[in-house]
Design a protein around this ligand. Structure first.
Ligand code: DC
Length: 232
């Protein structure tokens, strides 16, 4: 039997652990992993550097024009992958709280979404990818063979994110992280263009009380079933 390579879309709230799940599934399946959130973060970083977005203003026209001249790509590295903005490594900078604080309004701009959606669809052209984000199963790949929607309570997600940031040496508080997670949830859910929502045909699950091993096992089972359904 010859198995088709499929597209796996993993959506969910910020810090729900979807990136870890997606990365581990991609490694186990021999697929390419694409972190679509990193693409929104990279564009936000560029807009910040150019002075097009700050805490109290956003220049939508300038950001839209900037998109014609912006590329985001990934390069494999020893511990996963590195995000490249216009060919340069921005992996560390895009994970800071400064970028997290400004990414949702930038990601709400229709021109940014259109441009990044096109790049994401190009990554999936020959299938064999696992992509995580907010609108992968609804907008980017509405025909993905497997769609998963991951959820966890805001406090659980903020605790995970806080630990990650502290481990990386960032100076922040749990309260600031929780406020950022809650604010991003709200903007992601209520924006007009491609709001975060669970696709009708997605498998939804809450991983608050699941171990990594349990998540891996569940996702691998869903993946094997999806591949079997799409056997030539
Ligand atoms: O997954 P993340 O937290 O790194 O994503 C950063 C931001 O990018 C998030 O607040 C919402 C936005 N995003 C999006 O709008 N659509 C996606 N497919 C992925 C991320």
């Amino acid at each position: 039997m010859d198995c088709k390579r499929i597209i796996v879309a993993i959506d969910g709230y910020s810090s729900s652990g979807k990136s870890t799940m997606a990365r581990r599934l991609a490694a186990a399946a021999g697929y390419r992993y694409i972190d679509s959130g990193a693409m929104y973060r990279a564009v936000t970083l560029k807009a910040m550097r150019l002075g097009y977005v700050s805490a109290d203003r956003i220049d939508a026209d300038a950001i839209c024009a900037m998109m014609d001249d912006t590329s985001v790509d990934f390069r494999p590295s020893a511990d996963g992958q590195i995000t490249l903005l216009d060919g340069n490594d921005v992996e560390r900078e895009i994970r800071t709280m400064q970028v997290s604080a400004l990414v949702s309004p930038v990601a709400a701009l229709p021109c940014v979404r259109r441009s990044l959606t096109r790049m994401q669809q190009a990554f999936g052209q020959s299938k064999g990818i696992v992509m995580d984000g907010r609108d992968i199963g609804t907008t980017v790949f509405p025909n993905a063979e497997l769609k998963v929607f991951v959820d966890a309570g805001p406090e659980t997600r903020a605790r995970r994110r806080f630990k990650e940031l502290i481990d990386k040496g960032e100076n922040t508080t749990y309260e600031a992280v929780l406020a950022n997670v809650t604010e991003r949830d709200h903007i992601d859910r209520t924006r007009a263009e491609s709001p975060l929502r669970c696709a009708d045909d997605a498998v939804r699950f809450d991983n608050s009380d699941m171990t990594l091993a349990q998540q891996d096992e569940m996702l691998m089972r869903l993946f094997d079933e999806a591949v079997k359904r799409h056997v030539d």
